[in-house]
Write a protein that binds this ligand. Structure first.
Ligand code: 7PJ
Length: 278
């Protein structure tokens, strides 16, 4: 499978890593915490050197309970970072829910839009369709401020899959080609531990919808719940979760710890090739 993102074509015949570049003062993940654009650029260049295929630049924290950020603040945080990395020739993803930020980041060279609201804001699909960028459509129940209060599903795997396929169809109807669309179940976004584990087990069912699947599990609280470890001690759990996701059909994993994840996936891929050959 190939994912087209702007002028890039990403070969997904092996799993790829998206490196997280937070440009937020309140990010809960210390290593990705770079409110200063220059530091964020350095951090992103390190992730690319470590083997990230995509860097995901975000200026709005969507962690549970996070406050909203203004459009002006978000733009001031992300634009210098997107511009510098795109000039390097990197595949840059802009992590935003705001169409104006999408448009400005695309003008600055972003090749992909990663939206936790699945391009639900008025004008978001149009902004992406016109530019030919890749899009990651993520499922979220509720809004970041309240989403963890009472997550509720009839059948979490079926509900999330139905939502994402409907959003993909809406994107295609709006002019975004199918080979530019990625689906993401949104681990931790309005989900209990049981919901998250069910989604991870059922990832194959989402992959069967025919679009590449992206999984974001890195350092998340569900890994804290499983291991009893605080956020800065979840490296091994995050690598294990990335492997579990890829083994169930994820094509891209969104992670903080790129170097370790790339190594783990290289081993997984080598074993996989042997298996394929019989
Ligand atoms: C995700 C995301 C995710 C996508 C965040 C964190 C919280 N975008 N943005 N998927 N998570 N596509 O990084 O822990 O899971 S913010």
């Amino acid at each position: 499978m190939t994912l087209r993102c702007g002028r890039f074509a990403l070969d997904l015949s092996r799993p790829r890593v998206m490196g997280i570049v937070n440009v937020t003062p309140d990010s809960f993940s210390a290593a990705g915490r770079s409110p200063d654009p220059a530091r964020a650029i350095d951090h992103a260049r390190r992730l690319l050197a470590d083997g990230a295929a995509i860097v995901d630049v975000g200026g709005e924290s969507t962690r549970p309970g996070a406050a909203d950020v203004s459009e002006a603040d978000e733009l001031a945080r992300v634009l210098p970072v997107v511009e510098a990395l795109a000039a390097d020739g990197a595949v840059v993803s802009i992590d935003t829910r705001k169409p104006a930020v999408m448009r400005a980041a695309i003008a600055a060279g972003a090749a992909m839009v990663n939206d936790v609201a699945a391009l639900g804001a008025p004008g978001a699909i149009e902004a992406c369709a016109a530019a030919g960028v890749g899009v990651c459509l993520m499922h979220m129940q509720g809004a970041p401020a309240t989403m963890q209060q009472a997550p509720d599903y009839a059948d979490v795997v079926a509900d999330v899959r139905a939502f994402l396929v409907a959003r993909a169809r809406a994107c295609e109807a709006g002019g975004i080609a199918a080979d530019r669309i990625v689906l993401d179940p949104g681990f931790g976004f309005g989900k209990t531990l049981a919901h998250n584990l069910a989604l991870l087990r059922g990832l194959g069912s989402l992959a069967a919808a025919g679009y590449p699947v992206l999984a974001g599990l890195s350092r998340k609280s569900m890994l804290g719940a499983v291991t009893g470890r605080p956020v800065d001690e979840r490296l091994a759990a995050s690598v294990a979760a990335a492997l579990a996701a890829v083994a169930r059909g994820a094509a891209i994993v969104r992670v903080h710890d790129v170097r370790e994840t790339v190594d783990a996936l290289a081993v997984w891929h080598a074993v996989q090739l042997e298996t394929d050959r019989g």
